[in-house]
Design a protein around this ligand. Structure first.
Ligand SMILES: Nc1nc2c(ncn2[C@@H]2O[C@@H]3COP(=O)(O)O[C@H]4[C@@H](O)[C@H](n5cnc6c(=O)[nH]c(N)nc65)O[C@@H]4COP(=O)(O)O[C@H]3[C@H]2O)c(=O)[nH]1
Length: 689
């Protein structure tokens, strides 16, 4: 087949054109190609002529070529179409092809449109990405008046609730509301004026009026000359994150149960309150509120009821206060109220009385009526306090004082209170040192059998020899050591010392001598109390029946069942139990029946006037009769005079203890006393202290 040759001027056109020219027959065989064809596809004319045009066509587009050839064979025309061609080196080109047939030759013109195609593809990809982005995208025309929107993507529609068609041509400000921060808007406008990037957090509103937080980035879009033609805004709805963060912030400053401010926030408000009190010469009051007997309610009725009470108390407090007052919950059943901005110090009284009344009104839980009261301590500042937190400490101290005064009441903080507290703090430190440096000593007071006249036992009584202050009586430190927990190491020491001394005393001729040791309610309540006594007995070698543990009714106050278990545990070891100070507490007879005790100690307050006061005499007589009926022995404390001794011995065969026989004395003195003691003299009433 001879190649179809273009002629004349057309030859020039064929040779010089930037487009690709070729002639093919109806079977698609290449008859001729121009130099641009050769050059672009990397083949020489000799290599191409006589071969099917499919040589340079990408296999994906064979069908397109076949279709075009078929139409031309049928004598029909074809529209321009795009095909992919491959060069000799394998490079892909997009060609826009036009062709027409004349006799048996098809003339083909092809234009390299690779660059445009790639750009189109990139654009399509970009559009698809923008459309499917979860961020809202907005494009506004920077050259038109009032920056109208020319594009929004689907995410924008979803975030804002506005349809694309509704917003085209509008300025974005319809998303703003009255609450939108003016300073942020100013920052946004300035950046747009200055044609630069900006990142802002905007309070925007959806179509339904609900708020959403718009985390918005805006960038200018420039043309080839650098002129800003558009702005593109990418918006992210961060409402959920903001709410979560706000919740976290709230949690960090609020109590989870009641939603009230917690201690941290309270301290911030307190500091602010003190500053304001100083600046405006006003008063700030701190109320420390502690619910009375909340623990028994919580323990016996369950935590749901406890929680209900705490939440109700929180709401009642809030309702009674002004919006700028603060109510905080700082733990368990403790609340603190800050009353800033009081004109007069006394103004606090009205509030306190109102709160006490409101808190003591009945609470209804599932149809049940519950009652609870509160004790309130008050501390005030006139702007002069330097450490705001001391106000809380002062109110706390005052609250304890209020509790001591009988609950459902309040107490102001005073300097006197402070002095006493300071003393207690000092005492606590001194006690810690005393424990460390073993400044304690035991004194022993004999106990006499009024029938045989024998010394049958001794009571161990604790003495504290303070290096500077000398002898400090137990009454001054036992109570505090119970509060601070220091009673535990002290009592351990007492028990061990007393048992060791009892072993020594019982080695001699004065045996058997019982050793009476006082224990505090706190010790009895501790788990492992019985085991610790068993251990000390084993380690010291004292036989259990020579140990007598003195308890007071106080041990039954908190957890009665637990105390009874502990006392039964001691009995099981063989240890004797004496009930001390009988007659001074609530002396419940039902406990007397339930408690496995062997001895009642009648308090010395009944003995002082027993010889002349008929009532005291009747009480002593009554208790002794009762004890006999219950099979208990009786020890009468505080026998100070011969008259008392004679009176008691004549009427009641009991055990006696008191200054008349001996004061509490150190071990050496006791041994001396026992050596010299003449039981017959007692019987003849010749003994003296
Ligand atoms: N006016 C007068 N008083 C007399 C007479 N005979 C004895 N006393 C005092 O009465 C107290 C008897 O001890 P208590 O009732 O157990 O009362 C004890 C006891 O409750 C507690 N206590 C003492 N030692 C300990 C201890 O080791 N542990 C514990 N938990 N408490 C202790 O301290 C309280 C006071 O102890 P003390 O000051 O030693 O006071 C002792 C004793 O010295 C008397 O004829 N007239």
């Amino acid at each position: 087949m001879s190649p179809a040759k273009p002629q004349g001027e057309l030859d020039q056109f064929f040779l010089l054109s930037q487009d690709l020219f070729c002639c093919i027959d109806f079977m698609g065989t290449l008859l001729n190609v121009n130099p641009t064809f050769e050059h672009l596809l990397g083949y020489s004319a000799q290599e191409l002529i006589g071969r099917p045009c499919g040589v340079i066509i990408d296999p994906q587009d064979y069908a397109v070529i076949e279709h075009a050839l078929m139409r031309l064979r049928d004598g029909r025309k074809i529209e321009a179409f795009d095909v992919r061609a491959r060069s000799w080196q394998g490079e892909l080109f997009w060609l826009e092809v036009s062709a027409c047939a004349n006799d048996d030759v098809i003339y083909v013109i092809a234009r390299d449109i690779t660059r445009r195609k790639t750009a189109d593809q990139q654009l399509a990809l970009l559009q698809r990405s923008v459309e499917s982005s979860t961020n809202g995208v907005v494009i506004v025309d920077a050259q038109a008046d009032d920056l109208p929107m020319v594009y929004v993507n689907r995410a924008f529609e979803q975030i804002t609730g506005y349809a694309r068609d509704d917003v085209m041509g509008l300025n974005c400000r319809f998303l703003q509301g009255e609450e939108t921060d003016a300073a942020t808007l100013k920052q946004l406008r300035r950046a747009i004026q200055e044609r630069r990037d900006v990142h802002v957090m905007l309070r925007n509103y959806r179509r339904d009026g609900t708020l959403f937080w718009n985390d918005l980035y805006i960038s200018p879009v420039r043309d080839e000359q650098g002129v800003v033609t558009h702005f593109i805004g990418v918006q992210n709805d961060v409402t959920a994150q903001r709410e979560y963060q706000a919740q976290l912030r709230h949690n960090a400053h609020h109590d989870a149960l009641t939603g009230l401010p917690n201690r941290q926030l309270l301290h911030q408000r307190l500091a602010q309150g003190c500053v304001l009190a100083k600046r405006y010469q006003r008063y700030l009051a701190v109320l420390f509120i502690d619910l009375d007997d909340f623990k028994p309610i919580n323990d016996s009725l369950g935590h749901d009821v406890g929680d209900f009470i705490l939440i109700s108390v929180a709401r009642r407090l809030e309702e009674e206060l002004r919006p700028w007052d603060t109510v905080a919950r700082i733990g368990g059943d403790e609340f603190i109220v800050l009353l800033p901005d009081l004109a007069h110090e006394q103004d606090v009284m009205q509030v306190v009385e109102r709160l006490l009344a409101r808190l003591s009104a009945p609470y209804w839980y599932q149809g049940e009526e519950l009652h609870i009261t509160a004790s309130i301590g008050i501390g005030t500042d006139d702007g002069s306090i330097t450490k705001p937190r001391t106000l809380i400490q002062q109110a706390d101290l005052a609250m304890y004082k209020a509790k001591g005064r009988g609950r459902n009441t309040y107490q102001w903080y005073t300097d006197e209170l402070n002095r006493r507290v300071t003393e207690r703090v000092n005492l606590r430190h001194a006690l810690a040192q005393a424990i460390e440096q073993e400044q304690f000593e035991l004194h022993y007071q004999p106990q006499i059998d009024s029938v045989s006249g024998r010394v049958v036992g001794v009571e161990a009584l604790l003495r504290w020899q303070h290096p500077q202050q000398g002898n400090i009586p137990p009454i001054d430190f036992i109570g505090l050591s119970e509060e601070t927990g220091q009673i535990i190491p002290i009592s351990d020491w007492v028990l061990r010392r007393a048992c060791l001394d009892a072993v020594a005393l019982n080695r001699g001729e004065h045996a058997p001598l019982t050793m009476a040791v006082n224990v505090s309610p706190m010790q009895v309540q501790r788990p492992g109390f019985v085991a610790s006594i068993e251990r000390v007995l084993a380690e010291t070698g004292l036989s259990a029946e020579l140990l007598e543990i003195e308890i007071t009714e106080g041990v039954l106050m908190d957890s009665t069942e637990h105390a009874i278990d502990a006392i039964e545990g001691l009995r099981a070891l063989g240890v004797n139990i004496a009930l001390d100070d009988f007659g001074t507490g609530f002396s419940s007879l039902s406990y007397l029946k339930r408690l496995p005790i062997q001895k009642l100690k009648i308090d010395r307050s009944f003995i002082r006037d027993v010889t002349c006061d008929e009532n005291d005499a009747a009480i002593v007589e009554g208790v002794i009769t009762l004890a006999e009926k219950l099979g208990l022995t009786v020890l009468i404390e505080g026998v100070e005079t011969r008259e008392q001794f004679l009176y008691l011995r004549e009427r009641h065969p009991t055990y006696l203890q008191g200054y008349y026989f001996a004061r509490p004395i150190p071990l050496d003195a006791l041994i001396d006393y026992l050596d010299r003691f003449d039981q017959h003299a007692v019987l003849r009433d010749l003994a003296g202290a």
